[in-house]
Structures are given as C-alpha cells and as structure tokens.
Design a protein around this ligand. Structure first.
Ligand SMILES: *Cc1c(COP(=O)(O)O)cnc(C)c1O
Length: 398
C-alpha cells in the first residue's frame, strides 16, 4: 500500500536520532475511524486511540474539514491578539462544567502545571502551597507534575524535585486527612488512575474528600486529562459524583488528535491570575481551538457520551464470560470506555498476541490490558475486539 515507506529505515533512523525514552513498535501510516493500517498494509482495530486522544477515531470527516478550513485561513497569532475560536471554546467548556474561566495550553503536563500554579497563587496570601496527591497517580513528566505523580519510577534520577507535594493513599480518606499540614492548599487527583492500572475512585472516598476540602477551605483539583471529554461515559468524570471541583485539567481527547490542553476553573480560581502571571506562546491558538470546537460539536451532534457509556457496558458484558473462564484474568475494571483487564501476571505478551491478531491495546502498570477505544466505536467493532481477545486468551501459553 505504501511501497515508498521503508520500515527498517524508519526504525534505524529512530534509533539513531531519538533520545531513547520510547520503545515504539508498529509503524502506522493511515487511519480511518476505529482502524489503523501499518506500513505493510495490515489493518488493526485501534483500542488505544493514541492514548485516549483520538476520541472521534481517526480522520473523522468533520475534523478533516475543520482542519482544512482553518489551515487555509490562519494557524497562529499568539495570545497578544484575540482569535475567533478561543473565547467560544472557553465559553462552551465553562458552561459544560463549573461555570468559571478557562486557560488554554498544549498538553496534559502543561495543564497540570497550570492547576498547580493556580493553587499556589491562590494560597500565597495565607502562606499555603502544599498539594496532597495520591500514590499510584500520574500527572505528567515535567518536574512539578512528575513530583505530583505518586510513583517513584517516574521521579528516579531527576532530583532535586520541587517542594510542596505530599502523597496520600488513593481511596483512603483517613490517609488524605492525615496528610494535611498548615501549608496544605489543595488535593489533586484522578478519578480513574489510568496509567496506574485503571483504578476507579470509590464514590464514598471522592465525595468524602470533596466535603472535607470544602470544610477545610482546600481546593479540589481534578486531573481529567484522561477521564474527561466523554471517556468515562459522561462528558467529565466528576459528574458521576456529587462533587464540584475548583478546577479540572484537560488535554488528550480535547483536540481529538490535535495537541491541546486546558484548565477549566470554578469561581474560586477564575480570577487568580493577572496579566503576566502565567502564559504560553501556543496555547489557545486558532488551529487547535477550531479542532477542539469541532470535537465538541460532534460530541453534541452524535451523542458521543451516550455511545461511550453504552459501548463500555457492551464491552464489559461481552468480556465477563472471559473473566470467569480464564484463571489468569483477575477482573475487568474501569468506567465507560476506559477499561482494564487485570491479569495475574505481566501482560505485555498478551498485548502482543492481541496486536498480532489485529487489536491494539496498551499494557499498563505491568499487568493491566488497558482499552481505550474511540468514543464513537460501534457495537460490531466491540464484538470484533472481544472475538480477538477470546482468541488471544485461548492461544496464550505460559
Ligand atoms: C496523559 C496524562 C497526563 C500527561 O499528559 P501529557 O499530555 O502527556 O503531558 C497527565 N495526567 C493524566 C491523568 C494523564 O492521563
């Protein structure tokens, strides 16, 4: 299909010219909807979605059209100037969430940096800066966000780490309360620890944390970078619970494949920054905002969240006999279309068996097969994936 693409040359050039922090496998050259094709023309059902990014699948016609149209008008002008998309995207995000104001940026880590800076600026008057985060969390790879991340493996070798983060046990309210000091300003957490092995939050825990934050005048910061934008079957995962965050961070699915992040605030944080106190060159540029607006338009037109909820339920129902049948599958957990098959041993090999059979998944936390289908995946595609999983499980030999 692509005789001009020489995979061996790509692999060799990658090895020679990329810093060695990734270990990529396939070379994909084309995508359409829920499918990808590699350089040899082999077709794959994509249950990774670029790590929860391509929420509408690959090359959705509305996204292609928006990209073409905007690219012929204007790419970038910087935040020195207004643009015709950013304010309306901000308005939509605000109206969908806590009604505050929005800060645009380019990635998840940058969005979480924004959350952290907002919290510190808000706390500065009272000398409070410390943020309680959860063990086994994941918040990004910049120095502050890898410090917020409660996993030693992402921190090793990068000392000295910035101060001001303490770790509590996820789903353990007493542990969170015990982590409070006079310097505590906020609690920051995910509602499904996705990289951490698809660990959903307990309802009692998160509602308890939210109530306690209110009582103690602490900020509740929710990292919705992976759980947001419909991934869990609601537009934002916090809406599954009776809580009101002071701010959420978004990225991944927001641009549907175009790099884009945002911090969406509530009333307390919306006016904390003043001109000059934070900034970014690219954040909120017209091209990215046109893409994100299109994502949200398609969400409304195609009722994407309802589909994510229904397809998540279908996938769960169809996989449950396999969970019973195979001793090596411990459980299936997650929410909406953020699901993990928990294996009782390292699962990288199973991920490979699935890929050989044409299903892409991403092994996380060593033993969890994480599935992140596009949110507009169809029931036929879900059935196709389940058949492949069944076949791979039957073929797996230890
Ligand atoms: C992916 C992710 C991040 C980091 O986002 P980047 O765009 O890779 O910087 C932060 N938090 C969560 C929950 C994520 O899933």
């Amino acid at each position: 299909m692509n005789p001009s693409i020489d995979k061996a040359l790509v692999v060799e050039t990658h090895a020679n010219f990329h810093t060695p922090n990734y270990a990529p496998s396939h070379l994909f050259v084309r995508g359409e909807g829920s499918y990808l094709w590699d350089s040899e023309g082999k077709k794959y059902l994509d249950f990774v979605s670029g790590i929860a990014v391509t929420a509408l699948g690959h090359c959705h016609p509305a996204m292609v059209k928006a990209l073409k149209e905007q690219s012929e008008k204007l790419f970038h002008v910087s935040n020195l100037y207004y643009n015709e998309h950013a304010p309306f995207l901000a308005k939509t995000l605000s109206e969908m969430t806590m009604g505050g104001k929005v800060l645009f940026c380019n990635s998840g880590a940058e969005a979480n940096e924004g959350l952290i800076k907002l919290a510190r600026k808000w706390g500065a008057d009272t000398g409070r800066y410390e943020i309680i985060t959860m063990r086994n969390s994941f918040h990004g790879r910049t120095l502050a966000t890898l410090t917020a991340t409660g996993q030693e493996k992402v921190q090793t070798g990068f000392a000295p780490l910035p101060e001001g983060f303490v770790y509590a046990n996820f789903n353990d309210l007493e542990s969170v309360k015990a982590s409070q000091t006079l310097s505590t300003v906020a609690v920051m957490l995910e509602l499904v620890q996705a990289e951490g092995g698809v660990m959903p939050v307990d309802k009692d825990f998160i509602e308890g944390v939210a109530a306690w934050c209110k009582e103690q005048n602490l900020l509740l910061l929710i990292d919705e970078i992976q759980t947001g934008m419909g991934r869990t079957g609601k537009d934002f995962a916090y809406k599954h619970y009776d809580i009101e965050p002071d701010a959420i961070s978004l990225a991944k699915g927001l641009g549907g494949g175009f790099p884009m992040g945002a911090v969406v605030t509530g009333e307390k944080l919306q006016d904390v920054f003043s001109p000059g106190s934070h900034g970014t060159t690219f954040g909120g540029q017209p091209l990215a905002c046109a893409m994100a607006r299109t994502v949200l338009d398609v969400f409304a037109e195609e009722d994407i969240c309802a589909n994510a909820q229904a397809m998540g339920e279908l996938l769960t129902t169809l996989l449950s006999p396999l969970v019973k049948k195979y001793d090596f599958i411990e459980s299936l957990r997650g929410q909406g279309l953020l699901l993990g098959l928990v294996i009782d041993r390292p699962a990288k090999e199973l991920e490979q068996l699935l890929a050989e059979r044409g299903l892409l998944t991403v092994c996380t936390a060593g033993n969890v097969i994480r599935m992140l289908p596009p949110l507009n995946v169809t029931s036929d595609q879900v059935r196709e994936a389940v058949a492949i999983i069944e076949d791979a499980c039957a073929a797996w030999k230890f």
